[in-house]
Design a protein around this ligand. Structure first.
Ligand SMILES: *Cc1c(COP(=O)(O)O)cnc(C)c1O
Length: 875
């Protein structure tokens, strides 16, 4: 093991000299190009990119499709020439108008989403954003998802403001050493040459936020604005002169450094982020958000800052402020893998929120309580940002149905009185931004033939040519074109990688022939945490080699992925894969492409025939790369995990059987790899190579069409964002408004009520339950009537709900499938005792059981689970 330790510890050098970038001054006729370059809509708007490319096609390639860099590199003379080109000037004007229309016209949120409670604005917080390769502020799926969320919100007209950090060196650039180890470099980005503008005060000075650090020090940050279509994205940057060296380095890179370093980043993101939103609102008059969406736990401190605002500004108690804040917060958990969750030592948190560093009105114990693992199996020395996120949010979700279920199990301890199925974490399945991920050539073909409605509903892909649809032959030729693009691109990258690895061009003629544009092409690219099992395909190297080199039906595989530099195992897996791919016997059929990023993904996913995913079930929360493939007619071959578990239907790809329950990990890998080889050998390859007289694989194309028609509509991030708006943002906006009246009486009252209920809960009991209509055998449709006698101690009947929980039981009398129905107060007895009654119709046949429980109830809680309290009957 070598190299990565050294590189991981090398510091990014802070810019000591203030540099000035001379921005190109565009001739009047070309002025709109500035706006077109700065608004990141170009990243998903092909006509705008084509316009930039047309200014200088060679240069466009050289700057890797970066409009700001392109404009910066055009000479004055060239610009003057271009300004004389009337057709060009007309196109500039047309696209400028098109952008203006896009930015101002009413869209779905204004036209079609008719709900009086919808929020005026939503603030969306994320530690990373993947919007375009030009702005490398992401490490993987979480960031890409955040980028796609903002883009789709823009397309739908949802009023979101994004908040994040601007990392001076982004994540890292990956290359390979001669013997196949990952090598990381951290090239510094110059924000002046990125599609960003600095947020400024009216007097032109940079607008700044600051926060206190322990020891009387202060962390300052300026705020960059990335305009993502209609959505502003605020990126905080600590690399400014006001800061000392260590404070300048806070935003040096994504997910780097010590726990202390990452905590400072998260403090800046959460606390500084809220301050940046206030700044933005003040400077632009944008509406104040009612809803705060915490995308994974990194931004959790946003709640502490909002509590502080209410304590300081409105004189609320911490608890009342927490209720007001919680009422407007949505939390999304993104991983069931513990290493994916931000956790800190409580002593570190105490350094930042205790002693001399305490924030006014924010006692350390209250901050600690939010993220404490104070439940069975928890670690009392750990501060858990996911737990904090859940405690500070009114509503929470996982990112696919299976992940919702896994998360409910994982966080069950926070709601100990309830069944795991009742844990209030729902799920909204991830999606991807169509215009970003559908290859432009594919989109052009489809748009030329099908109406937007036919594409949106998917059914257009099932039409025959006679009905105006695409023929198998046309679709197949397009698939071939995308595969061929990928092969050329892969050859270029392989060659470049070998040059970087120190090979001389004379040794590299073989790279011109790696891969074959006619061979079944499989893609596998993702981050490389262990659970994603990058090297599962190498389980049986001989068998795998036979698959690659089969003379009749060969397959070829393109692999890519970065490992976090501190993850020794991940770095080792890459090396193992690269060494295998280096072998002269297979190197033309398997390649590893370094530096997986958005630009690579945009060629790789459309160009593959099959997208392989073999995580250790159920550790993949959702996954989105396979969705991008599906949008381009590539088929998924995946373990039934994440989104695939939900949407695999037997005809849209293949499910690799899992060896769930096999305890020995090596044995499980072996079994699942064998199943993978078998599928490739017996099903996937034969189907791909089974051609008719015209050379078209009919059965394959049937699956392609079915994928486009049925998955196409579901995997869209617009579907996802609509789900968020309808199921989470709007209910949360409603609860936030209910508590944030001028005096916040609602929040004060709710906090008092919760404290009263918690304090008095020990006095709540189910004394006795009577049931009528229960014989040994009853029929579906019969009713049982239940009377429950309960003692409520100091609480009143209006503080609780008494419920029957009834349904099917197993042999051990555990409820397996149940319904909850509330009883109504029928009698007030003496001594704080009450009788509640209700009748329930039996809907399910089979062994039936029921129990009675008491739960707290109040108009302003999201559900009776909110306090995690329940008292059951003992009978
Ligand atoms: C889509 C994408 C990801 C996320 O893919 P998963 O399926 O979640 O692994 C990561 N990196 C890049 C560059 C992507 O485009």
């Amino acid at each position: 093991m070598q190299t990565f330790q050294t590189f991981a510890s090398r510091l990014v050098c802070v810019r000591a000299i203030r540099r000035f970038t001379v921005r190109t001054v565009l001739p009047e006729a070309l002025k709109p190009l500035d706006t077109l370059a700065l608004n990141l809509r170009w990243s998903w708007h092909t006509p705008t990119r084509d316009l930039f490319a047309s200014l200088d096609p060679e240069l466009w390639k050289k700057v890797h499709g970066d409009p700001v860099a392109l404009l910066g590199s055009l000479s004055r003379k060239r610009l003057e020439q271009l300004a004389e080109d009337r057709a060009l000037v007309a196109e500039v004007r047309r696209l400028d108008e098109d952008l203006r229309r896009y930015l101002s016209e009413p869209r779905w949120y204004q036209n079609d989403f008719d709900d009086a409670d919808k929020p005026d604005a939503v603030a969306y917080f994320s530690a990373e954003y993947g919007i375009t390769a030009v702005l490398p502020q992401y490490s993987g799926g979480l960031g890409i998802l955040a980028g796609d969320h903002l883009k789709s919100a823009s397309d739908l007209g949802v009023p979101i403001v994004g908040v994040g950090l601007l990392y001076g060196a982004g994540y890292f650039k990956q290359s390979l050493t001669r013997d196949g180890w990952q090598h990381e470099t951290y090239p510094l980005l110059d924000p002046d040459n990125l599609p960003l503008t600095l947020l400024r005060e009216a007097d032109g000075t940079a607008a700044k936020v600051s926060l206190a650090l322990p020891g009387g020090r202060t962390l300052h940050a300026q705020v960059w604005l990335a305009q993502v279509g209609r959505v502003p994205l605020l990126l905080l940057d600590s690399n400014i002169a006001e800061n000392d060296d260590s404070a300048r380095r806070v935003t040096d890179r994504l997910y780097g450094g010590s726990a202390d370093h990452r905590l400072r980043q998260e403090l800046l993101l959460g606390i500084g982020g809220v301050r940046a939103v206030r700044l933005y609102t003040r400077l632009t008059g944008a509406p104040t958000p009612q809803v705060y969406h915490c995308n994974e736990g990194h931004a959790g401190f946003l709640s502490v800052e909002r509590i502080r605002e209410l304590v300081a500004g409105q004189g609320l108690s911490f608890d009342a402020a927490l209720e007001a804040v919680k009422a407007g917060t949505v939390f999304t958990t993104h991983t069931p893998v513990p290493a994916g969750i931000s956790r800190y030592g409580t002593d570190l948190i105490a350094e930042y929120f205790g002693g001399g560093a305490e924030m006014d009105g924010i006692p350390l114990e209250k901050v600690l309580a939010l993220g404490a693992e104070d439940f069975e199996g928890g670690n009392p020395a750990v501060y858990n940002m996911a737990i904090m996120g859940l405690r500070a949010a009114k509503r929470a979700n996982g990112v696919a149905q299976l992940h919702g279920k896994v998360s409910r199990g994982m966080f069950h301890q926070l709601w100990p009185g309830f069944d795991v199925s009742e844990v209030p974490i729902t799920s909204i399945t991830n999606g991807v931004h169509g215009p970003t991920w559908v290859d432009p050539a594919f989109a052009e073909m489809v748009d030329g033939r099908l109406t937007p409605e036919q594409v949106e509903l998917g059914e257009g892909f099932l039409l025959t040519p006679e009905e105006g649809g695409l023929s198998d032959g046309e679709l197949w030729r397009m698939r071939g074109r995308l595969r061929s693009n990928l092969v050329s691109e892969a050859r270029r990258r392989v060659r470049k990688s070998w040059v970087d690895r120190g090979a001389s061009p004379a040794e590299l003629s073989w790279t011109d022939d790696v891969l074959d544009p006619d061979v079944l092409t499989i893609g596998f690219a993702r981050r490389v945490p262990t659970y994603k099992r990058l090297t599962l395909m190498l389980s049986d190297p001989e068998r795998f080699t036979r698959l690659l080199t089969d003379p009749e039906r060969p397959i070829q595989i393109i692999v890519a992925g970065k490992s976090h530099p501190d993850d020794e195992q991940g770095v080792g897996l890459i090396q193992k894969l690269v060494q295998f791919a280096d072998d002269a016997g297979v190197r033309e059929r398997i390649v590893f492409l370094p530096n997986y990023d958005i630009a690579m993904a945009q060629t790789l996913m459309p160009g593959c025939d099959v997208w392989l995913n073999n995580p250790l079930r159920p550790l993949e929360a959702s996954g989105t790369s396979g969705m991008k493939c599906a949008l381009n007619g590539a088929l998924n071959l995946s373990i039934l995990d994440g989104w695939w578990d939900e949407w695999y239907d037997g005809r849209n790809g293949w499910a690799i059987p899992t060896a769930d329950g096999v305890e020995d990990p090596a044995e499980r890998d072996r079994l699942e790899a064998a199943a993978l080889y078998e599928l490739l050998e017996d099903t996937v390859a034969p189907r791909f190579y089974d051609r008719d007289a015209e050379g078209v694989p009919r059965h394959w194309m049937e699956m392609v069409r079915h994928t486009l028609a049925t998955l196409g509509p579901k995997v869209q991030a617009t579907r996802m964002v609509r789900d968020y708006v309808e199921r989470l943002y709007t209910p949360v906006a409603r609860s936030a408004r209910a508590l944030d009246g001028a005096t916040h009486d609602g929040a004060r009252e709710l906090a008092d009520w919760k404290n009263r209920v918690r304090g008095a809960w020990h006095g709540v009991r189910v004394d006795h339950v009577e049931a009528d209509g229960v014989a040994d055998v009853v029929n579906v449709g019969d009713r049982i009537e239940v009377t429950a006698y309960v003692s409520l101690g100091e609480l009143g009947p209006q503080d609780v709900q008494v419920q029957v929980v009834g349904g099917r039981v197993d042999d051990e009398d555990h409820l397996t499938e149940f319904r909850v129905f509330p009883l109504t107060l029928s009698q007030t007895l003496e001594g704080g005792r009450y009788a509640f009654v209700g009748a329930h119709e039996l809907e399910l046949a089979g062994p039936f059981g029921y129990t009675v429980r008491v739960v707290p109830n109040h108009d302003d809680i999201a559900a009776v689970t909110e306090l995690g309290l329940a008292v059951g009957a003992h009978h």
